[in-house]
Write a protein that binds this ligand. Structure first.
Ligand SMILES: *Cc1c(COP(=O)(O)O)cnc(C)c1O
Length: 408
């Protein structure tokens, strides 16, 4: 079996456009074949994904509104209302009901918009078009690798502590009054590490430097986990000095892809992102993408209203309970976790994590290696049952014996 670790793979064999169309049933049959190797979240084999299956209500809404286009909010006025409602709901969740919000395709686009706004603000204030300095944790999501390659910025990286959180005192040493933006992460996707946002914000607020919190992974977990009594720091607008937050409803929000949201404390920051429409009566855009599925926005709206706060609290309680169950199973099977997890990502120390992951893949399970840290990484999500976690740990123990194919 082919493994994709660390590679960029384009399939060698491709289909072609048939001269004459085929019957839908024939195409659906071909499609089944095309999707033969795809995993079903419900099957208990997916342990690398921060995304999961959306709620049933989301599937219905998405299918009903397949033509809704966020790029043309004149044809679909519902979309602007839904976007405003979502911003209000997320703003409330994040401690600032008056936050201005922009729906995005995900965390990557939300982070890109924040950096773009920071660059524009920096050039407005300091003149010129030179690189704007942004300070990020070494753990910053790889969307920032893309972003710093696209925009005129000079990234500076702050080191981490032994639980892979940024060291606030080291980060603040890198921040001066002319820093264009500081980034902190509330839940890294590699290890679920939650930065000490209050400690960072104290310094940035004193200097008047904007602070963006990338809560793509933690945004739907931390508020409810805090309500449930888990010891996690505040990370959003209830912390003075936090100027923007990105969150991804398509991760722990139960919402279909593509769904991200950028929230801004200050309306003036939204102005920095405005692009005037060329058409009279069509509203201006604040995001990067033009045509994009309004169905995802309506589905997000429907999911939030279906679950409510108590629904999310139940889901979060469930997923944290499963995480603790997995930790116990791993310990009993003799595996060593790399650190006490803050959220739902469990990292395991192993002499050869890539070989263990390959051996698991041969047994049908998808786990991953956090390459920057050399750790085996397991993501707990609500698509996994207790028996399926047992299945994973049994497979790990079996695969960890003599390697199939011989141990090096
Ligand atoms: C997933 C993630 C992103 C990127 O979001 P996409 O929705 O994949 O574009 C950014 N930051 C963090 C911390 C993430 O977990």
């Amino acid at each position: 079996m082919e493994t994709l670790l660390g590679s960029s793979t384009f399939p060698a064999e491709t289909g072609s456009l048939p001269e004459h169309g085929r019957a839908p049933d024939t195409v659906l049959e071909e499609l089944r074949e095309l999707c033969r190797d795809d995993h079903d979240y419900a099957g208990g084999t997916v342990f690398n994904s921060i995304c999961s299956a959306p709620l049933d209500i989301a599937r219905r809404v998405f299918a009903q509104h397949l033509d809704a286009n966020m790029g043309d909010n004149r044809v679909f006025p519902s979309l602007r209302r839904a976007e405003a409602d979502l911003s209000a709901m997320f703003g409330e969740l994040l401690g600032h009901p008056g936050a201005v919000g922009v729906t995005t395709s995900g965390g990557t686009e939300a982070n890109l918009l924040v950096v773009l706004a920071a660059v524009r603000r920096y050039h407005d204030r300091h003149g010129g078009s030179g690189p704007a300095r942004i300070v990020l944790p070494e753990s910053a999501h790889f969307s920032f690798d893309k972003i710093v390659g696209m925009l005129p910025v000079e990234p500076v990286y702050a080191p981490l502590d032994d639980r892979l959180r940024v060291r606030p005192e080291e980060l603040t040493r890198l921040v001066t009054a002319d820093t264009a933006l500081v980034v902190a992460t509330a839940g890294t996707s590699e290890a679920g590490a939650v930065d000490d946002v209050p400690a960072v914000a104290e310094h940035t607020a004193a200097l008047g430097v904007p602070l963006h919190v990338d809560a793509a992974t933690g945004g739907f977990l931390i508020p409810f986990a805090r309500e449930l009594g888990y010891d996690l720091p505040p990370f959003a607008f209830d912390v003075p000095g936090v100027t923007s937050v990105a969150l991804d409803p398509h991760k722990y929000g139960g919402v279909p892809i593509p769904s991200g949201h950028l929230l801004l404390r200050d309306r003036a920051d939204a102005e920095l992102l405005r692009t005037a429409s060329h058409y009279r009566g069509t509203f201006d855009h604040h995001g990067l993408l033009g045509t994009r599925p309004g169905a995802a926005v309506l589905a997000a709206w429907a999911v939030l209203r279906t679950l409510g706060r108590s629904g999310y609290r139940e889901l979060v309680k469930e997923v944290f309970t499963r995480r603790d169950l997995l930790l116990g199973m791993l310990r009993d099977a003799g595996f060593t976790t790399a650190m006490e997890p803050q959220l739902t990502v469990v990292t395991v120390r192993h002499p050869e994590p890539a070989r263990l992951v390959d051996a698991l893949e041969r047994r049908g399970f998808i786990a991953s290696v956090a390459r920057r840290y050399g750790l085996l990484r397991l993501v707990v999500h609500w698509h996994q049952t207790a028996e399926q976690l047992r299945g994973l740990v049994d497979a790990m123990a079996a695969a960890d014996g003599p390697w199939e194919g011989g141990r090096a």
